[in-house]
Design a protein around this ligand. Structure first.
Ligand SMILES: [Zn+2]
Length: 864
């Protein structure tokens, strides 16, 4: 045996050297990648650092062998020399094989009498690198990023590195030992020359081990509208993979402008941890590495063991507002069953640090709501614009300043540009029982809201009907949520609510509305006789929504927010009284507000084809709610309201993200029914059928989540022909109009509220007149351009520095009189008389020379 060991020893030593050298290459490459990860080297670098297959590809690339790569629609071939020339830090990868070569050379020098073993070690090292490269190519599964180096080329290149080092080592003079034996040196030299020659001379022959999974030509040209089937690069391949994994196409909803799935039912093996799964399935998000952009947000754990792990997107350390990714795991924790995705792929981030302080931003936001109190400290967010196919999405770094003024019944998230200090966006947070403009018809006053005495838990009846009714109905609502879902109050933490009853915003008139106002202490506000059971349940459900899916209170997500409140209002009514009438607001003065069984009987759509595109009421949140309301009613008719409410509850609590649309809720309903009552159960089939019956069948709904008003409309068609070439462009004018629309949506001042109501009554007529008269359209566009500086700055600090000129007022007045004339000429007259009345009130000459903000104040006191 000793003889055998002695004979094998050089071979074992050579094998050990080869392993050691390979390990060194991997370790050094790993260290290099770790230090480069995080975007310094771009998506390739981030991907290489991502997982083992990426590391294997990086090791292969580090040898100098050409590396074929593709990311989405682009690709090419990568050489260390080109990395070096282009300044890519990835060139540092060559430190891996260099270290290995030095190690092998050092080992060879220590054993000059066994040159065969040195050659063997070099060959072993090259073989291991080739194997690693082959394994990396074979197991690469990322559909979006594809990297492959031919294994044999990588092996030869590794051999060249090791051999060259050994030749250098052998050539160095040494003391008392003979140089490397001539035949062995010749052998190594020949190998090195062959390897180097092949590597250098052969790059064109290199082929990727596997063709790129998918190549999508970027969408070019006019970005609107989104093609129905638009998918970002990598999405289709990632979907194909999950389809193959579970044997059937997943139930999915798509965000058509982003081109990624927003809701996805799955049966996908977790295989490790959630970030690893996110990384492997990055194609679903249309990015190279989803896990690199996601930070943990919260985790919900169910008694069954199911987990719902939520993330928020961060870029450059700054969270992206409103983004949520939810990974929903089954009870075993080994299978991903569902994915909620509102990650914004491909954001343009110009800055991640603020030039304006949080204090300045807060002060600027307070100009909009002077007595507002901060709900939470101002925080920096990236605010993304709407996604457009084939284009990168711009972002604004903005301070999120959330102010609440309970007396005014306003809670709003203001976004203040962190570079300029300007108010760029306002997201309403107050949720109302009915369209605010209805009670805004009353003259509002800023007098103190009279608040009746509160009745605390356990107190005896106060004898005041509204107080006792609110007390009892809040109790019923609490009991419903607690007994049905085990939910402890709206926040599931026993949260206390402040309820104000018999509230008047005008001392002379009762307020026929109720609202939920998020604040440090969340508050429900009820007008007189508004404390009926379904109104109370409606408002408390706004609190539940606010604490869970946090559906944005505008456009489709706002309509869903309203609808969930209506749904649970009826469920509570059934729970507390044994029956429900499908009418929202039964028993309040003036009668019910909406019908869930027959939304059109109250003027609301009960089918998606009647979807109301409107600038008013936050984009029609109290009308378009009829669509989900009708779906819920239909489902209840089939399986009973109790089961239907369980399905709706799970949808709201578990699956929806803040900007969800009808199509997302549909998928949430079906998934919830599958989970609660079994896959393919009657309940699940009826859930799908109910949504199909209201026109939401999983096919893309063409809705830009935006409104089109008269001013916007003037800038379409022939309208832009009316613009002066040297004046502000269409984008600038539209930007100013969007700003004004946000002011209106906020209903911030009496004049704005006054004009909002006028517009609600006359807007459609004005659009019809303009659409019929190209010249009127061109002149409307021209007037908007003339007014642009004032429209852009009114209500902001800059509005103190913009002056309303006589020319602006003359043009506006002439235009309005033309509308009045066109109205009469077309056989109308209503719009004409409104315009004449308003022109009389506004007294345009008095506005001339005022700043934009002074003019608004003037209008507040004269027309509001
Ligand atoms: Zn509401």
């Amino acid at each position: 045996m000793p003889v055998l060991v002695r004979r094998l020893r050089p071979w074992l030593v050579a094998g050990g050297d080869a392993l050691l050298a390979t390990a060194l290459t991997v370790a050094v490459c790993w260290l290099v990648l770790r230090s480069l990860a995080g975007g310094a080297a771009g998506p390739v670098g981030a991907y290489l650092a991502g997982d083992l297959t990426g590391l294997a590809a990086a090791v292969a690339a580090s040898t100098g062998a050409p590396l074929d790569w593709s990311i989405g629609a682009t690709g090419g071939r990568l050489y260390p020399i080109s990395m070096l020339l282009s300044g890519s830090q990835l060139a540092l990868l060559v430190a891996g094989p260099l270290a290995a070569a030095v190690l092998l050379a050092w080992r060879a020098r220590r054993r000059p009498r066994s040159p065969g073993a040195a050659t063997l070690a070099a060959g072993g090292y090259a073989t291991l690198i080739a194997g690693l490269s082959a394994a990396g190519a074979a197991t690469a599964t990322d559909p979006l990023v594809h990297l492959a180096s031919p294994a044999w080329l990588a092996g030869l290149a590794a051999l060249a590195w090791a051999g060259t080092a050994q030749l250098v080592a052998a050539a160095l003079p040494r003391r008392g030992t003979p140089a490397l034996a001539t035949p062995a040196r010749a052998g190594v030299l020949a190998l090195v020359l062959v390897a180097a020659g092949v590597v250098v001379g052969q790059p064109a022959a290199a082929q990727p081990g596997r063709p790129p999974a998918e190549r999508v030509v970027p969408f070019e040209g006019d970005p609107t509208p989104a093609p129905n089937g638009y998918r970002r690069a990598g999405v289709a391949a990632a979907l194909a993979r999950v389809t193959a994994e579970q044997g059937q196409a997943p139930l999915a909803a798509f965000e058509p402008w982003r081109g990624t799935p927003s809701m996805l039912s799955l049966s996908s093996r977790l295989g490790g941890d959630v970030p690893g799964w996110l990384r492997r399935n990055s194609g679903l998000f249309g990015v190279a590495d989803a896990s690199a952009q996601l930070r943990p947000l919260r985790e919900q754990r169910e008694r069954t063991g199911e987990r719902h792990v939520w993330f928020e997107q961060h870029v450059g350390g700054v969270p992206v507002y409103g983004t949520r990714v939810g990974v929903h795991l089954d009870a075993t924790g080994r299978t991903v069953e569902f994915l909620t995705n509102s990650l914004e792929p491909d954001l343009i981030v110009d800055r991640v640090s603020a030039a304006v302080s949080a204090e300045t931003a807060t002060a600027n936001a307070r100009r909009a709501l002077p007595d507002g109190s901060l709900v939470e400290p101002a925080k920096l967010y990236l605010l993304p614009a709407g996604a457009d196919p084939g284009r990168r999405t711009p972002t604004v770094l903005a301070w999120h300043v959330w102010l609440t003024d309970v007396r005014q019944g306003v809670s709003t998230s203001y976004f203040v540009d962190a570079a300029t200090g300007r108010l760029v966006y306002a997201l309403p947070r107050t949720a109302h029982a009915k369209d605010r403009r209805i009670y805004d018809l009353n003259k509002l006053s800023d007098d103190k809201v009279p608040v009746s005495p509160k009745r605390a838990e356990g107190d005896r009846p106060s004898g005041i009907q509204d107080v006792d009714e609110a007390y009892d109905n809040l109790g019923h609502t609490y009991d419903y949520y607690h007994q049905t879902f085990g939910r402890d109050s709206f926040d599931d933490e026993g949260g206390q609510l402040r309820a104000l009853v018999r509230v008047r915003q005008n001392p002379d008139r009762p307020m026929r509305n109720a609202m939920f106002i998020p604040d440090v202490i969340d508050t429900m506000v009820f007008g007189e006789e508004m404390t009926k059971l379904d109104v109370v349940a409606h408002e408390l459900t706004h609190g539940v929504t606010f604490e869970t899916a946090d559906l944005w209170y505008m456009y489709q997500s706002g309509a869903l927010n309203e609808s969930f409140s209506d749904i649970f209002a009826e469920a509570v009514e059934k729970f507390a009284t044994g029956s429900n009438d499908w009418l929202v607001g039964t028993g309040i003065p003036g009668g019910a507000l909406r019908s869930m069984a027959n939304p059109p009987s109250y003027g609301d759509p009960g089918h998606y084809r009647d979807f109301e595109r409107s600038c008013l009421d936050m984009g029609g949140v109290h009308t378009n709610s009829g669509i989900q309301n009708k779906a819920f009613y239909l489902l209840s008719q089939k399986i009973g309201i109790e089961k239907a409410a369980r399905i709706a509850y799970r949808t709201l609590i578990t699956y929806l993200a803040p900007r969800a649309r009808f199509t997302d809720s549909r998928v949430g309903f079906i998934e919830s029914a599958n989970k609660l009552y079994g896959k393919g159960s009657t309940e699940a089939k009826e859930a799908a059928a109910a949504w199909t019956a209201v026109g939401v069948d999983g096919v893309y709904e063409q809705d830009r989540q935006d409104c089109l008003c008269i001013a916007d409309t003037s800038l379409t068609g022939v309208g832009p022909e009316g613009l002066e070439p040297q004046g502000p462009g269409v984008d600038a004018v539209l930007g100013a109009l969007l700003h004004v629309r946000d002011l209106f949506a906020d209903g911030r001042t009496p004049a704005l509220r006054h004009y909002e109501v006028i517009y609600a009554d006359g807007g459609d007529r004005a659009i019809a007149l303009m659409t019929a008269d190209d010249d009127l359209r061109r002149r409307t566009a021209h007037a908007m351009q003339t007014l642009q500086p004032v429209l852009q700055t009114v209500g902001t600090p800059d509005g103190d520095g913009t002056v309303v000129t006589a020319a602006m007022l003359t043009e506006l007045e002439t235009l309005l009189r033309d509308y009045a004339a066109a109205d009469r000429a077309a056989g109308g007259g209503e719009l004409a008389s409104v315009i004449e009345t308003e022109l009389g009130k506004a007294n345009f000459p008095a506005l001339s020379g005022l700043t934009a903000n002074q003019a608004l104040s003037y209008l507040d006191t004269h027309v509001g």
